[in-house]
Design a protein around this ligand. Structure first.
Ligand code: DGJ
Length: 692
């Protein structure tokens, strides 16, 4: 057995596989070419002291840390066989497939086999998962199986997320003290308060500074991700599915596979994480480009479906340059409000006497694709489906309602088949290019999240195999199900139910640390945001919805001719810029003024970039700090020009370069010295285009 060195894109992972269950000696910056002798010397040198009042052998933090090796922190494996906990494990085999490795270990009584896959991608993203097989002749009750990775002492500050409906991914920071910082989702979906991406970095790490280690669990059900440090010494980041007692019982011969723990390391702050994660996600779950500009009917008409009104909206959308028209909630039998009809996935003949054909014909004749809203995992008590099959309701008919609805138990084979066949029938009858797949409640049935999530993945997989041309959007009351598990089966996320640009600025900035912009739906809403009641200038709304998978969620038939013209210009601008926005490197500046945020996208070859300077409040100084543009090639000469709707400013005269219309400077000057900015009025955005 040996010491493995996995290397890729500036990241090294050294695995000591000499005899015992392997231990990660290093996960972080590239160590360069190391020969076998050096690796062995490194492993020997890494053997720690034996402190007083401890186990009598040097502590190892292996791939399966637990009490049998003296680890009194959170164990990776918990479970029992008829009341007897899982025994210790020993190494069987290691396959070195640099930059990947496969480790096989077995319990000392040979009744359990553990296979661990470690993959370091071409972008330097590490992902790790375990598979546990029961080779005994009785059941093994699994209580938990997680993946843990060591982090060094200087990863002393944590950053993760919390949130609520329409306010997802609010960042929170805390020092990593002794103890376990465990963020748990028990919603049966990640939830609006999902921890999302847990980062541990050098204190004060920012978008562009500091070393950072981060983990995300690629799973859409109950889960936990955690950071731990203790008096034992080693620190760890971990993650795994949260299992209820009895939820996973492995009969002889059966196995359980954990979700991937996706991990990234950066020497250059949070942007360095995105620099690895975005290209990796783009290669793993590619989405068709260009992303079509969407019009979604929800905030335009809600449940009030009327063909004449919708036809006018189709015409207005088409005139604005929209490419995909999505009919949201309210089209199926009996669905006049949110209290009924989920499960009855047939077009309502009372509202749509000729089916959806007249509307879809109008949409396709205008050169647009058609998309449809569904919520297949749900059932209303007031539905034909619930009346016919009350036993298909998860938790039974008395289960707590949430938005007046209940969950359809997809682990009931007949229920699964029914919803699969209903959706298949719709996708066969109508030329549907896109499903907005909603999920508007927590599960709230103990012990059901694992099987329901697996069934959801199976359902999505089946539909994708049958209808490969149909794109699917993961929506869960907005952004309550944004994770890399479901991303293997969907093409877009509905980032949040709020179209309020101020809230969206923050939600998009932080969701975009993990998810590339082209997967994140962002829509231009009404002047007064429906969710918050706050009014915003059109310029800010346009600038906010420009960068992601863009769309409109506004009754355009009520927009003024001047607004129409600006919207059409914006759609054209988005179409011109989207090849860059949806393939480039996302950058953000560390804001010296908390009211001023700068973000942008730089082309991979650094020949062009688009930036937005956004004032979310009143700037702190009359002359705000110069705007430094990150990510450019220091040695090339760039021209910086303002773009789109000019913002409202508070000043007697703009900076000279803006009066001149452009600045021409080397990338080094633009990123190190920066440019003076106008004093933006609160809630305004300045867009900039940069070209060589
Ligand atoms: C919640 C979604 O997030 C909204 O966009 C909309 O589709 C409604 N559900 C429809 O009920």
């Amino acid at each position: 057995m040996t010491v493995l060195h996995l290397r890729s894109a500036g990241v090294s992972l050294v695995l000591d596989a000499r005899g015992a269950v392997p231990a990660i000696l290093h996960w972080g910056s590239d160590l360069g070419e190391l020969g076998d002798a050096t690796l062995t010397a490194m492993a020997e040198a890494a053997v720690p002291a034996v402190p007083p009042s401890s186990v009598d052998v040097p502590l190892r933090f292996s791939l399966l840390p637990g009490p049998a090796e003296g680890w009194s922190g959170r164990p990776s494996l918990e479970g029992h066989r008829q009341g007897v906990p899982a025994p210790a494990f020993r190494l069987v085999e290691v396959q070195d497939q640099n930059p990947s490795a496969i480790v096989r270990a077995e319990s000392t009584d040979t009744t359990l086999e553990l296979t661990t896959e470690l993959e370091l991608s071409a972008q330097g993203v590490l992902r790790v998962r375990h598979r546990l097989e029961n080779r005994g002749d009785t059941d093994f009750d699994l209580a938990g199986l997680g993946v843990q990775l060591p982090i060094p002492e200087d990863a002393a500050e944590l950053l993760d997320f919390t949130g609520l409906w329409a306010h997802e991914r609010q960042p929170q920071r805390a020092p990593l003290r002794h103890g376990v910082w465990s963020r748990e989702s028990r919603h049966g979906r990640p939830g609006h308060d999902d921890a999302f991406l847990l980062m541990a970095g050098e204190p004060g790490f920012g978008f562009r500074r500091g070393r950072v280690w981060a983990v995300h669990l690629a799973w859409s059900g109950d889960k936990s991700i955690w950071a731990e440090r203790s008096a034992l010494g080693p620190g760890a980041l971990g993650g795994g599915e949260l299992l209820a007692p009895g939820e996973v019982r492995l009969a002889p011969g059966l196995s359980y596979e954990t979700p991937w723990l996706v991990a990234a390391f950066s020497e250059t702050g949070i942007d360095g994480l995105s620099d690895r994660l975005h290209p990796w996600i783009r290669s793993l779950s590619p989405v068709r480009l260009p992303r079509p500009v969407v019009l979604n009917t929800w905030e335009a008409v809600y449940f009030d479906h009327d063909l004449a009104v919708l036809n006018d909206l189709v015409d207005a959308a088409s005139a604005a340059g929209v490419e995909r028209f999505v009919l949201d909630d309210g089209w199926f039998t009996g669905r006049r409000d949110d209290r009924r009809a989920l499960g009855d996935w047939t077009v309502d003949p009372a509202v749509w006497p000729d089916g959806l054909h007249p509307l879809i014909s109008r949409v396709t004749a205008a050169g647009m694709e058609f998309g449809l809203w569904v919520e297949p995992e749900m059932i209303s008590l007031d539905s034909d489906l619930a009346r016919a099959h009350p036993s298909w309701i998860l938790g039974g008919p008395d289960a707590l309602t949430w938005r007046w609805q209940r969950v359809l138990d997809l682990s009931v084979p007949a229920a699964f088949d029914h919803v699969r066949d209903r959706l298949s029938a719709l996708l066969t009858e109508y030329p549907i290019a896109f499903l907005k797949w909603d999920h508007n409640r927590d599960l709230l049935t103990a012990g059901a999240a694992h099987r329901q999530t697996r069934a959801l993945y199976r359902l999505l997989g089946t539909l994708r195999a049958r209808f490969p041309h149909v794109e699917i959007e993961s929506c869960a009351s907005g952004g309550a199900r944004i994770d890399l598990g479901i991303l293997e089966l969907v093409d877009r996320f509905w980032t949040s139910d709020t179209n309020d640009p101020l809230d969206r600025q923050s939600i998009q900035r932080w969701t975009g640390v993990l998810i590339p912009p082209e997967y994140l739906g962002g829509h231009l809403g009404d002047a007064t945001a429906h969710v918050t009641g706050r009014s915003s200038a059109l310029g800010l709304r346009l600038a906010t919805a420009l960068f992601g998978s863009a769309g409109i969620e506004w009754n355009l038939t009520k927009a003024s001719p001047a607004e129409h013209a600006l919207i059409a210009e914006w759609v054209a601008l988005h179409k011109r810029l989207r090849p860059l926005l949806h393939t480039g490197r996302v950058v953000r500046a560390d804001a010296p003024d908390p009211a001023l945020h700068l973000h942008g996208v730089v082309a991979q070859d650094r020949s062009a970039a688009v930036y937005a300077l956004v004032a979310t409040g009143s700037p702190r100084a009359a002359l705000p700090p110069p705007m430094r543009l990150p990510g450019l090639d220091p040695d090339r000469l760039y021209t910086v020009r303002p773009l789109g709707t000019p913002p409202k400013v508070v000043q007697d005269a703009p900076p000279a370069w803006l009066t001149a219309g452009a600045a021409k400077l080397p990338g080094r000057v633009l990123s190190e010295v920066g440019l003076p900015v106008p004093l933006l009025a609160p809630e305004q955005a300045l867009l900039l285009e940069v070209n060589v």
